[in-house]
Write a protein that binds this ligand. Structure first.
Ligand SMILES: Cc1cc2nc3c(=O)[nH]c(=O)nc-3n(C[C@H](O)[C@H](O)[C@H](O)COP(=O)(O)OP(=O)(O)OC[C@H]3O[C@@H](n4cnc5c(N)ncnc54)[C@H](O)[C@@H]3O)c2cc1C
Length: 535
C-alpha cells in the first residue's frame, strides 16, 4: 500500500499536520481506535498563547522557562510562543469556537498555575473536544486525506530492510509502517515518502493515569526500535487529584477545588499537607502530588480524600457543576462527604527527540505533539503549553515538507517485504498479556513514580528485564493482537523511563529522587538521550 505521507494518530498533532500537507500531497492517517479516542479530546483547561494587550511574549517565555527548571531549549520556547497567536487564529478559522470575553473581548482568557498572565483560550472545560470536533470535520472535507480507524501501527519500515534500498550515507531512512487492521486481523505494509508519528503520550504505563486507553507510548517505542534518539523520558507529570473509583477512569478533580478551600485529608480525616509543604493544600501541583504519594506510601492506603464539604452546598454545586454531578453519579455527594482521590500520570514531557522542524534523527521520520521532545517543556511542562506545541510544530513540519517536496516526491518509493507471521499461532490465554500488563503498571507506580529512590530504580531495572524477554518471546510465538502490540510498547516505554530516571542523579523539575535531593547544573543541565544503537 502506498501513500505520499503516512500520519499515525488522530489527535490535535496528527489532524493539524494532515490538514496542512493535504494541500500538496496525498495523506493516509491511521488511528488505532475511533478517530476521537485521543488525549486531545479530554483536554479541559485550554491552549496557552499571548492573546491580550496586558500580556507579552517575553512573559510567556519567562513562565515557560521557569517551569522547565533549567532544561528548556530557549530558542524553541521563543519560536513556540511567538507563533502562538497565529496558530490559535488558524484554529478559529477552521471552526473552533473559543469562549468569548464578557465585554465583547475575543477571548475569555483563563489563568492557570505557573502563568503570570491570563492567556489560556478555552471552550468552557471542554476545549479539547471542541478542537477535535472542528479538526475532524475539516479533515472529512479533504479529498486527499484518507482516515483509517482501527488501524494500529506496529513498527516502522526502514530502507535498510528494503531489498532495493540504497541506504543514504547519512544513515537509515523511514519508509512507512506495518499496520494491523484490527477489523480483518491482517498486517498491512504501508509505504510512504514521509512518516509522521503523532501517537500521544504513555500514561497507561502507570497504574493510575488521567490518560485515555490509547496512551501506551507506541510512537516512542516504535521510533526507538527504528534507531531514533529519544529524550528526557524521566520527566513524567503527575496530576495530584484524580477521582478514585473503579468504575470511572480519567476523571480529574480540578485544582480549583483546593483553590476554593478544599482540604486533603487521610483515611482518618486528618489534614496532612502542612507536614509536607509549608504552603499546605495550596502548594504547586508537583509538591501536592509528592505529599499525597508520601501519605499513601506511609499508610499503605489506596487513596486519600479531598474535602470541600465545609463550604456552602449551593456554592459547591454552582462552582463545580461537572465535578458535583459526576461524583454524585458514582455515589459521592461532595457537599456532604470527602472525595476519594489519587495522583495520576498525566503528561510525558520527553519523547522522540526532534529539531525545530519536527524531524527525528531518522530521515523521513517526523514526530509531534506529546510523542515528541522538542525542547519546549524542559523538566516540567507549563500548563496548557502542550496543545500549543502541537499546532506550532504541525505548522513547522508542514512547512519543512512543503519545502523539500519537489525533491522528495521525485525519489522512487522504496519497498520492503510484507509482514510475515511465520509459525505463529493464536494466543489462547489472554492472561499471559493481562498479567504482564498489570505487573508493569504496578512496578512503575511503586518503583518509578512521583518520588524516586536509587534502590527502587535498580530493582525496577532488574524486574523489567525478564518481562521484556517474555514479551519478545510472545511476539515470535503468537499471531499479533492489538493487546500484544501495546503490551510490547508499554514494556519498552517502562524500560526507557527507568533507564532515564537512573541516569539523572539529581532532582530537577518532575524528577525527584530522595538520594539526590538537589539540582546539579554542573553535571546534569543537559538532556537525557537514549538510542538503541548506542546502548
Ligand atoms: C485529562 C487531560 C486533560 C488535559 N488538559 C490539557 C489542557 O487543558 N491543555 C493542554 O495544553 N494540554 C492538556 N492535556 C494534554 C494534551 O491533551 C495532550 O498532550 C495532547 O492532546 C496530545 O495530542 P497528540 O495529538 O499528541 O496526541 P493524542 O491527542 O493523544 O492522539 C494520539 C493519537 O494517536 C493514536 N495512536 C496511538 N498509538 C497508535 C498506533 N500504534 N497506531 C495508530 N494510532 C495510534 C491514538 O489512537 C490517537 O488517535 C490534557 C491531557 C489529559 C489526559
Amino acid at each position: 500500500m502506498e501513500t505520499d505521507v503516512l500520519v499515525i494518530g488522530s489527535g490535535i498533532a496528527g489532524l493539524s499536520f494532515a490538514l496542512k500537507v493535504s494541500s500538496f500531497c496525498s495523506v493516509t492517517l491511521v488511528t488505532k481506535k475511533a478517530s476521537a479516542d485521543t488525549a486531545t479530546n479530554l483536554a479541559q483547561g485550554g491552549i496557552a498563547a499571548v492573546l491580550s494587550d496586558e500580556d507579552r511574549p517575553e512573559y510567556h517565555i519567562r513562565d515557560t522557562l521557569r517551569s522547565g527548571d533549567g532544561l528548556c531549549n530557549e530558542e524553541i520556547v521563543r519560536l513556540v510562543v511567538e507563533n502562538g497567536a497565529d496558530r490559535v487564529q488558524e484554529l478559529i478559522d477552521i471552526g473552533v469556537r473559543f469562549q468569548r470575553g464578557k465585554e465583547g473581548q475575543k477571548f475569555d482568557l483563563g489563568m492557570e498555575g505557573g502563568h503570570s498572565h491570563r492567556r489560556v483560550a478555552h471552550a468552557f472545560d471542554l476545549t479539547g473536544r471542541e478542537i477535535e470536533r472542528a479538526l475532524l470535520e475539516r479533515i472529512a472535507q479533504q479529498n486527499n486525506v484518507t482516515v483509517l480507524e482501527n488501524h494500529l501501527a506496529i513498527d516502522l519500515l526502514l530502507a535498510s530492510k528494503a531489498p532495493s534500498g540504497p541506504v543514504s550515507a547519512n544513515g537509515d531512512r523511514c519508509i512507512g509502517a506495518y499496520v494491523l487492521n484490527r477489523q480483518t486481523g491482517h498486517v498491512e505494509t504501508w509505504h510512504a515518502r514521509a512518516t509522521m508519528l503523532c501517537t500521544g503520550g504513555c500514561g497507561k504505563v502507570y497504574l493510575y493515569t488521567t490518560n485515555p486507553d490509547i496512551a501506551t507510548g507506541d510512537g516512542v517505542a516504535m521510533a526507538y526500535r527504528a534507531g531514533a534518539t529519544v529524550a528526557n523520558l524521566e520527566f513524567v507529570q503527575f496530576h495530584p487529584t484524580c477521582f478514585y473509583n473503579p468504575k470511572i477512569k480519567n476523571f480529574l478533580i480540578s485544582e480549583a477545588v483546593r483553590g476554593e478551600g478544599g482540604i486533603l485529608v487521610n483515611a482518618q480525616g486528618k489534614p496532612f499537607m502542612l507536614a509536607h509543604d509549608k504552603r499546605g493544600d495550596l502548594a504547586t501541583r508537583d509538591a501536592v502530588a509528592r505529599g499525597i504519594d508520601a501519605e499513601m506510601k506511609a499508610s499503605g492506603a489506596d487513596c486519600v480524600f479531598l474535602d470541600i464539604s465545609h463550604r456552602d452546598p449551593q456554592f459547591v454545586r454552582d462552582r463545580f457543576p461537572t465535578i458535583y454531578s459526576t461524583c454524585k453519579k458514582y455515589g459521592v455527594d461532595i457537599t456532604r462527604e470527602p472525595i476519594p482521590v489519587v495522583p495520576a500520570a498525566h503528561y510525558m514531557c520527553g519523547g522522540v527527540q526532534v529539531n525545530s522542524w519536527g524531524e527525528s534523527s531518522v530521515a523521513g521520520l517526523f514526530a509531534m505533539g506529546e510523542t515528541a521532545c522538542t525542547g519546549l517543556h524542559g523538566a516540567n511542562r507549563l500548563a496548557s503549553n502542550s496543545l500549543l506545541e502541537a499546532v506550532v510544530f504541525a505548522d513547522r513540519a508542514a512547512q519543512r515538507l512543503a519545502g523539500t517536496w519537489p525533491e522528495v516526491s521525485r525519489q522512487p518509493l522504496l519497498k520492503t517485504t510484507p509482514w510475515r507471521d511465520g509459525e505463529a499461532g493464536s494466543i489462547e490465554e489472554n492472561v499471559l498479556i493481562s498479567h504482564n500488563w498489570d505487573q508493569i503498571r504496578r512496578l512503575m507506580w511503586n518503583y518509578v513514580g512521583i518520588v524516586r529512590r536509587e534502590k527502587r530504580l535498580q530493582l525496577a531495572r532488574r524486574r523489567i528485564a525478564p518481562i521484556l524477554t517474555e514479551i519478545r518471546e510472545h511476539f515470535n510465538d503468537y499471531l499479533l493482537t492489538a493487546d500484544l502490540v501495546e503490551l510490547r510498547n508499554l514494556a519498552v516505554i517502562a524500560d526507557l523511563i527507568i533507564t532515564s530516571a537512573s541516569m539523572r542523579k539529581e532532582s530537577r523539575g518532575l524528577h525527584y529522587i530522595i538520594d539526590y535531593p538537589e539540582r546539579d547544573d554542573i553535571n546534569f543541565q543537559r538532556d537525557t538521550l537514549l538510542n538503541r544503537k548506542k546502548r
